[in-house]
Design a protein around this ligand. Structure first.
Ligand SMILES: *Cc1c(COP(=O)(O)O)cnc(C)c1O
Length: 386
């Protein structure tokens, strides 16, 4: 069975009525026959049938034992960190998602959880950083916005040899391009806000675990701390998943063609896209991403000036200026002034986010329209002598 067929038919038909769409159980509580005697549901924070449907679909999509749905991607990350206790350590990818960095440093360090940041694109470099207190290795692949790729299989081996668990934030690859649990990861997290829901109309987070044991720990945290996803957003996320394979494939095709085109424009300096053969980690991306490289492209401008980037991002017609990614409509942003604005300039430059770097989230529009849109925006820079 192909993935597209499997996804569509893993969405259950309602047993009570035959409804082909998953019903939205907009309720806070469930009537019981006698104290503790119920139909599997007692209170909507603990469990809800719409959420259960989404969680089962996502667990299957990622090849995990179970999945749990949270209010946002950050709430999902927060739930995983709560597996730890004071004194534990985490090894994390050095250009981790900014919101995760903020959560780790501003919230969890004061509870005695120590995070060490490492370049995980060279898996062997991890070896020097393990201590007896390292409990989690936390990676993203591809990363945001420079799209670095880490070898998940190799890192899983190194992590397990050192008695830690591997967490992969799979938001950028989506379950269509990459299933980290099949490559050895223990926990996968998603910002469901991005590709999984796919329509820029909600925020959501997901935690998928490989084992039943980890699944019940996350379930306990979900109920104990309460950051659940509401039933309407669960419904919308399921509806998004119906077209996930179609969207991600189209976005990847559009992005590959657009990335190649961008390399031919004289105003553009460097193009970052894992699907380009000159990308530093192209081979490993090809091996672990199912031939799909996603819809995110970043590029820099010849003069590398902030003002030039501003000119470009305010002169596109189809690429709308906004944070976030993964939706059907194309977006673009200027990380130096938006997603990465809170990071000191030196640190930002060290992680490869140059002043003029522009990040594109490629949608499902006609690719010729998208090419023309970027070409006319960069042409307005009127560079001389390039
Ligand atoms: C957006 C994002 C998050 C956070 O998700 P929210 O739904 O915005 O809370 C985490 N990781 C990555 C890679 C993201 O892009």
């Amino acid at each position: 069975m192909s993935k597209a067929t499997e996804i569509l038919h893993s969405i259950p038909v309602d047993e009570l009525t035959g409804s082909i769409a998953v019903p939205i159980y907009q309720t806070s509580t469930f009537v019981q026959d006698a104290p503790g005697v119920n139909k599997g549901y007692d209170y909507a924070r603990s469990n809800n049938p719409t959420r259960k449907a989404l969680e089962d679909i996502v667990a299957r999509l990622e090849g995990g034992h179970s999945a749990h749905a949270f209010a946002t991607g950050i709430a999902a990350i927060d739930a995983v960190i709560k597996l730890l206790k004071s004194g534990d350590e985490v090894l994390a990818v050095d250009d981790i998602y900014g919101g995760a960095y903020r959560l780790f440093t501003k919230v969890y360090e004061k509870f005695g959880i120590k995070i060490n940041y490492v370049d995980t694109t060279e898996a062997d470099q991890l070896l020097d950083h393990f201590t007896s207190k390292t409990k989690l290795v936390w990676i993203e692949s591809p990363t945001n916005p420079t799209l670095k790729i880490s070898d998940i299989e190799k890192i899983a081996q190194i992590t397990h040899t050192n008695n830690a668990l591997l967490v992969v934030d799979n938001t950028f690859a989506s379950p269509i391009a990459q299933n980290p649990i099949n490559l050895g990861a223990d926990i996968v997290i998603h910002s469901g806000t991005k590709y999984i829901a796919g329509h820029s109309d909600l925020v959501a987070g997901l935690v998928i675990t490989k084992t039943e044991g980890l699944g019940s720990e996350i379930k306990f945290i979900q109920n104990a701390t309460g950051g659940i996803l509401g039933p309407l957003d669960c419904f919308l996320t399921i509806r998004g998943i119906e077209t996930l394979e179609l969207r991600y494939t189209k976005q990847s095709e559009n992005a590959l063609e657009l990335a190649n085109y961008l390399t031919t424009l004289p105003e553009i300096d460097q193009v970052y896209y894992p699907g380009l053969p000159n990308h530093k980690n192209h081979e490993i991306a090809k091996k672990q991403q199912n031939g799909l490289f996603g819809g995110v492209i970043s590029f820099t401008l010849k003069d590398d000036q902030i003002d030039s980037a501003v000119k470009v991002v305010t002169n596109t017609k189809y690429f709308k200026l906004a944070e976030s990614l993964g939706g059907v409509k194309s977006l673009l942003c200027h990380p130096a002034q938006m997603t990465h604005a809170s990071i000191p300039r030196e640190k930002r430059l060290a992680s490869g986010v140059k002043d003029s770097l522009i990040r594109l989230s490629v949608g499902i529009e006609n690719v010729e329209d998208l090419k023309n849109d970027i070409a006319q925006a960069v042409a307005q820079l009127n560079y001389v002598n390039i």
